[in-house]
Design a binder for this molecule. Structure first.
Ligand SMILES: [Zn+2]
Length: 269
């Protein structure tokens, strides 16, 4: 869990209560079909009703991709298959000490698990448009690229910075791990920093365009390759279109324009 501590933001204020109400509403209004698989089926020896002790012997916690817990139990996602090339994701629901069921490639659930851990609470609680756009982009990118950017061995952390108020001078984001969380970051990490001004956009499209563009840089590994050229920008924009965000990219270009001093050759229509 990534918690943001900001100089001028009081986390105990009514927005926290609002968040809890929103969360309760979300849980009540969207019962997840977690017993979609299970029944008489088996997945690598796991069956519905299996005790969690046995389950975690087959699927060790330290091998999990992501993890989430609430009053209805634990949701733990693993690579499917657990060893070898990753083709899918399997999310298991453990309730009252037993496996209640599982789903394959439940993107919405995995996005929730992932962002609960690697997105700042400043965004989750205080920048709802950015948070919604982030979820939308992660839901829509291709599965191989999603598996890549949410690989906890090299996670993408998303946090905010402020371009106004006293927090523009300094603020802190804190990652909190629980004993249940698998290790993370052994292959480094990527930090995407988003301006508070992004949350002022009237439509989600430009925010999604910007987020998809930043994720494309990560997928194409531009920072590690030292590629900060116009070609890299074009390559990233190509990836954004390939993911199906052409309209969002256009909206982002229109709203946020181009970097100051950026050569004309970097510009795209
Ligand atoms: Zn770029």
């Amino acid at each position: 869990m990534m918690v943001n501590i900001c100089y001028n933001v009081n986390l105990m204020n009514p927005s926290r209560i609002f968040f809890v109400i929103l969360l309760v509403f979300f849980i009540v209004s969207q019962p997840k079909a977690f017993a979609a698989r299970g029944g008489n089926e088996k997945l690598h020896g796991v069956f519905q009703g299996m005790t969690q002790e046995k389950f975690f012997r087959a699927y060790p916690r330290k091998s999990a991709r992501t993890y989430r817990e609430d009053e209805n139990g634990q949701w733990i996602t693993f690579n499917e298959p657990l060893k070898g090339p990753v083709l899918h994701m399997a999310t298991f629901h453990v309730q009252q000490g037993k496996v209640a069921g599982w789903t394959i490639d439940d993107r919405d659930e995995v996005v929730d698990e992932y962002l609960g851990e690697f997105c700042s609470q400043g965004i989750i609680r205080g920048m709802p448009k950015i948070y919604a756009a982030l979820k939308e982009v992660l839901r829509r990118i291709s599965l191989p690229d999603f598996l890549n950017v949410t690989d906890r061995r090299r996670p993408v952390l998303v946090t905010e910075y402020y371009d106004s108020g006293t927090a523009r001078f300094a603020n802190t984001s804190e990652i909190i791990s629980s004993a249940e969380d698998a290790p993370a970051g052994e292959m480094g990490l990527t930090i995407i920093k988003l301006s508070s001004a992004l949350n002022d956009a009237d439509s989600p499209l430009p925010i999604e365009g910007v987020l998809a563009h930043e994720l494309a840089h990560r997928v194409l590994d531009h920072a590690r390759k030292g590629r900060v050229t116009c070609n890299a920008e074009r390559e990233a924009n190509g990836k954004v279109r390939q993911w199906g965000f052409a309209e969002e990219f256009k909206a982002a270009s229109k709203m946020f324009g181009h970097k100051e001093g950026e050569p004309v050759s970097c510009r795209e229509e």
